[in-house]
Design a protein around this ligand. Structure first.
Ligand code: C5P
Length: 221
Protein backbone atom coordinates (compact mmCIF):
# COMPACT_ATOMS: atom_id res chain seq x y z
CA UNK A 1 0.00 0.00 0.00
CA UNK A 2 1.00 3.66 -0.33
CA UNK A 3 0.36 4.72 3.22
CA UNK A 4 3.15 5.87 5.47
CA UNK A 5 3.98 3.24 8.09
CA UNK A 6 6.12 3.72 11.15
CA UNK A 7 7.01 0.79 13.41
CA UNK A 8 8.08 1.39 17.01
CA UNK A 9 9.23 -1.67 18.96
CA UNK A 10 10.93 -2.10 22.29
CA UNK A 11 10.61 -3.48 25.82
CA UNK A 12 7.99 -2.51 28.41
CA UNK A 13 8.29 0.98 29.85
CA UNK A 14 10.65 2.41 27.24
CA UNK A 15 8.10 5.13 26.51
CA UNK A 16 6.88 3.60 23.25
CA UNK A 17 3.19 4.36 23.63
CA UNK A 18 3.63 8.02 24.59
CA UNK A 19 6.19 8.56 21.85
CA UNK A 20 4.15 6.69 19.25
CA UNK A 21 0.99 8.63 20.10
CA UNK A 22 2.80 11.97 19.79
CA UNK A 23 4.53 11.06 16.53
CA UNK A 24 1.21 9.90 15.08
CA UNK A 25 -0.48 13.11 16.12
CA UNK A 26 2.24 15.32 14.66
CA UNK A 27 2.28 13.45 11.36
CA UNK A 28 -1.47 12.98 11.12
CA UNK A 29 -1.24 9.19 11.21
CA UNK A 30 -3.33 6.65 13.11
CA UNK A 31 -1.77 5.32 16.31
CA UNK A 32 -2.15 1.60 16.96
CA UNK A 33 -1.14 0.11 20.30
CA UNK A 34 -0.77 -3.61 19.54
CA UNK A 35 0.02 -4.43 23.18
CA UNK A 36 -3.56 -3.42 24.01
CA UNK A 37 -4.79 -6.15 21.66
CA UNK A 38 -2.77 -8.85 23.47
CA UNK A 39 -3.97 -7.38 26.77
CA UNK A 40 -7.64 -7.53 25.74
CA UNK A 41 -7.32 -11.21 24.79
CA UNK A 42 -5.63 -11.82 28.15
CA UNK A 43 -8.38 -10.05 30.07
CA UNK A 44 -11.04 -12.14 28.37
CA UNK A 45 -9.10 -15.38 29.00
CA UNK A 46 -8.83 -14.50 32.71
CA UNK A 47 -12.55 -13.79 32.90
CA UNK A 48 -13.39 -17.08 31.22
CA UNK A 49 -10.94 -18.96 33.40
CA UNK A 50 -8.96 -20.31 30.45
CA UNK A 51 -5.49 -21.34 31.55
CA UNK A 52 -2.42 -19.77 29.97
CA UNK A 53 -1.10 -23.26 29.16
CA UNK A 54 -4.02 -24.08 26.87
CA UNK A 55 -2.97 -22.80 23.41
CA UNK A 56 -5.90 -24.35 21.53
CA UNK A 57 -8.51 -22.73 23.77
CA UNK A 58 -6.67 -19.39 23.72
CA UNK A 59 -6.37 -19.41 19.94
CA UNK A 60 -10.07 -20.21 19.69
CA UNK A 61 -10.81 -17.36 22.10
CA UNK A 62 -8.69 -14.90 20.06
CA UNK A 63 -10.66 -15.91 16.96
CA UNK A 64 -14.00 -15.02 18.51
CA UNK A 65 -12.91 -11.75 20.12
CA UNK A 66 -13.32 -8.37 18.50
CA UNK A 67 -10.85 -5.74 19.66
CA UNK A 68 -11.21 -2.19 18.46
CA UNK A 69 -8.82 0.67 19.11
CA UNK A 70 -10.55 4.02 19.04
CA UNK A 71 -8.34 7.02 18.33
CA UNK A 72 -8.49 9.98 20.68
CA UNK A 73 -6.37 11.93 23.13
CA UNK A 74 -6.23 8.65 25.01
CA UNK A 75 -6.73 5.59 22.85
CA UNK A 76 -9.77 3.60 23.92
CA UNK A 77 -9.74 -0.19 23.88
CA UNK A 78 -13.11 -1.76 23.06
CA UNK A 79 -13.48 -5.51 23.47
CA UNK A 80 -16.67 -7.07 22.11
CA UNK A 81 -18.35 -3.69 22.51
CA UNK A 82 -17.17 -3.13 26.10
CA UNK A 83 -14.77 -0.32 27.03
CA UNK A 84 -11.83 -2.13 28.67
CA UNK A 85 -9.32 0.74 28.44
CA UNK A 86 -8.71 0.69 32.19
CA UNK A 87 -9.19 -3.05 32.70
CA UNK A 88 -6.42 -4.05 30.29
CA UNK A 89 -3.92 -2.28 32.59
CA UNK A 90 -4.86 -4.35 35.67
CA UNK A 91 -1.87 -6.00 37.39
CA UNK A 92 -3.48 -9.41 36.75
CA UNK A 93 -3.40 -8.74 33.00
CA UNK A 94 0.22 -7.48 33.16
CA UNK A 95 1.26 -10.69 34.90
CA UNK A 96 -0.29 -12.99 32.30
CA UNK A 97 -0.10 -11.19 28.97
CA UNK A 98 3.41 -12.37 28.01
CA UNK A 99 2.38 -15.99 28.48
CA UNK A 100 -0.55 -15.61 26.12
CA UNK A 101 1.54 -13.58 23.64
CA UNK A 102 3.83 -16.62 23.24
CA UNK A 103 1.10 -18.65 21.56
CA UNK A 104 1.61 -18.75 17.82
CA UNK A 105 -2.10 -19.21 17.06
CA UNK A 106 -2.99 -16.10 19.05
CA UNK A 107 -0.23 -14.12 17.35
CA UNK A 108 -1.29 -15.19 13.86
CA UNK A 109 -4.80 -13.86 14.46
CA UNK A 110 -3.68 -10.52 15.91
CA UNK A 111 -0.90 -9.99 13.34
CA UNK A 112 -3.41 -10.38 10.53
CA UNK A 113 -5.72 -7.81 12.12
CA UNK A 114 -2.78 -5.43 12.59
CA UNK A 115 -1.75 -5.72 8.95
CA UNK A 116 -5.30 -5.00 7.85
CA UNK A 117 -5.37 -1.82 9.96
CA UNK A 118 -2.15 -0.64 8.30
CA UNK A 119 -3.63 -1.18 4.85
CA UNK A 120 -6.52 1.15 5.58
CA UNK A 121 -4.46 4.19 6.58
CA UNK A 122 -1.06 5.52 7.48
CA UNK A 123 -0.07 4.27 10.92
CA UNK A 124 2.35 4.51 13.78
CA UNK A 125 2.21 1.04 15.30
CA UNK A 126 3.90 0.12 18.55
CA UNK A 127 4.66 -3.34 19.89
CA UNK A 128 7.39 -5.97 19.99
CA UNK A 129 7.41 -7.48 16.49
CA UNK A 130 6.12 -4.68 14.28
CA UNK A 131 9.35 -4.03 12.35
CA UNK A 132 10.31 -7.71 12.22
CA UNK A 133 7.02 -9.51 11.53
CA UNK A 134 3.89 -7.37 11.27
CA UNK A 135 5.17 -4.64 8.93
CA UNK A 136 8.59 -5.78 7.67
CA UNK A 137 8.32 -3.19 4.89
CA UNK A 138 7.49 -0.26 7.18
CA UNK A 139 8.86 3.07 5.93
CA UNK A 140 10.53 3.71 9.27
CA UNK A 141 11.48 1.33 12.05
CA UNK A 142 12.49 2.45 15.49
CA UNK A 143 13.58 0.33 18.43
CA UNK A 144 13.16 2.27 21.65
CA UNK A 145 14.92 1.09 24.80
CA UNK A 146 15.92 2.40 28.23
CA UNK A 147 17.66 0.87 31.23
CA UNK A 148 15.47 -1.48 33.33
CA UNK A 149 15.70 0.90 36.32
CA UNK A 150 14.57 3.86 34.25
CA UNK A 151 11.73 1.82 32.79
CA UNK A 152 10.57 0.66 36.23
CA UNK A 153 10.63 4.28 37.46
CA UNK A 154 8.50 5.42 34.52
CA UNK A 155 5.99 2.60 34.95
CA UNK A 156 5.82 3.36 38.68
CA UNK A 157 4.95 7.03 38.18
CA UNK A 158 2.44 6.08 35.49
CA UNK A 159 0.76 3.60 37.85
CA UNK A 160 0.96 6.04 40.77
CA UNK A 161 -1.08 8.60 38.85
CA UNK A 162 -3.75 5.91 38.51
CA UNK A 163 -3.82 5.37 42.26
CA UNK A 164 -1.86 2.12 42.51
CA UNK A 165 0.61 1.66 45.35
CA UNK A 166 3.96 0.66 43.93
CA UNK A 167 6.72 -1.60 45.18
CA UNK A 168 9.50 -0.40 42.88
CA UNK A 169 11.67 -3.50 43.37
CA UNK A 170 8.80 -5.82 42.63
CA UNK A 171 7.94 -3.75 39.56
CA UNK A 172 11.55 -3.91 38.30
CA UNK A 173 11.52 -7.69 38.73
CA UNK A 174 8.22 -8.00 36.87
CA UNK A 175 9.46 -5.83 34.01
CA UNK A 176 12.63 -7.92 33.76
CA UNK A 177 10.62 -11.13 33.73
CA UNK A 178 8.33 -9.83 31.00
CA UNK A 179 11.35 -8.69 28.94
CA UNK A 180 12.94 -12.08 29.37
CA UNK A 181 9.82 -13.93 28.25
CA UNK A 182 9.30 -11.55 25.32
CA UNK A 183 12.94 -11.77 24.17
CA UNK A 184 13.33 -15.54 24.49
CA UNK A 185 10.08 -16.86 23.08
CA UNK A 186 10.20 -19.07 19.98
CA UNK A 187 7.68 -17.05 17.98
CA UNK A 188 8.48 -13.42 17.08
CA UNK A 189 10.86 -12.66 19.93
CA UNK A 190 11.55 -9.04 20.88
CA UNK A 191 14.61 -8.10 18.81
CA UNK A 192 15.41 -4.97 16.80
CA UNK A 193 14.84 -5.42 13.06
CA UNK A 194 18.15 -5.41 11.17
CA UNK A 195 17.18 -2.06 9.64
CA UNK A 196 15.73 -0.46 12.79
CA UNK A 197 17.08 2.76 14.24
CA UNK A 198 17.84 2.01 17.89
CA UNK A 199 17.19 4.84 20.35
CA UNK A 200 18.13 4.56 24.03
CA UNK A 201 15.83 6.99 25.79
CA UNK A 202 17.40 6.62 29.27
CA UNK A 203 18.73 10.15 29.59
CA UNK A 204 16.32 11.71 27.11
CA UNK A 205 12.98 13.43 27.56
CA UNK A 206 9.96 12.25 25.60
CA UNK A 207 10.01 15.44 23.52
CA UNK A 208 13.56 14.90 22.28
CA UNK A 209 12.82 11.31 21.27
CA UNK A 210 9.72 12.47 19.40
CA UNK A 211 11.70 15.23 17.68
CA UNK A 212 14.46 12.82 16.63
CA UNK A 213 11.87 10.63 14.95
CA UNK A 214 9.98 13.49 13.31
CA UNK A 215 13.23 14.98 11.99
CA UNK A 216 14.17 11.69 10.34
CA UNK A 217 10.77 11.28 8.75
CA UNK A 218 10.51 14.90 7.57
CA UNK A 219 14.07 14.94 6.20
CA UNK A 220 12.94 12.40 3.60
CA UNK A 221 10.04 14.34 2.25
O1 C5P B 1 3.19 -2.90 25.08
P1 C5P B 1 2.54 -3.58 26.25
O2 C5P B 1 3.37 -3.54 27.50
O3 C5P B 1 1.14 -3.14 26.50
O4 C5P B 1 2.45 -5.13 25.79
C1 C5P B 1 2.00 -6.11 26.69
C2 C5P B 1 2.58 -7.46 26.28
O5 C5P B 1 1.98 -7.89 25.05
C3 C5P B 1 4.07 -7.51 26.04
O6 C5P B 1 4.82 -7.72 27.22
C4 C5P B 1 4.21 -8.69 25.08
O7 C5P B 1 4.22 -9.92 25.80
C5 C5P B 1 2.93 -8.64 24.28
N1 C5P B 1 3.09 -8.01 22.98
C6 C5P B 1 3.60 -8.77 21.96
N2 C5P B 1 3.69 -8.27 20.69
C7 C5P B 1 3.29 -7.02 20.43
C8 C5P B 1 2.78 -6.20 21.47
C9 C5P B 1 2.70 -6.72 22.75
O8 C5P B 1 3.99 -9.92 22.17
N3 C5P B 1 3.36 -6.56 19.18
Amino acid sequence: SNHKTIAIDGPAGAGKSTVARMVAQKLGLLYIDTGAMYRAITLKALREGIRTDNPAALTELAGRTNVELVAGSKQQVIMDGEDVTEAVRYPEVCLNVSKIAQISGVRAILVEQQRRLAEKSGVVMDGRDIGTVVLPRANYKFFLTASPEERARRRASELATKGYTIDIEKLTREIQERDYTDSHRAVSPLVPAADAIVIDSSGLGIESVVNMMIDLVEKDK
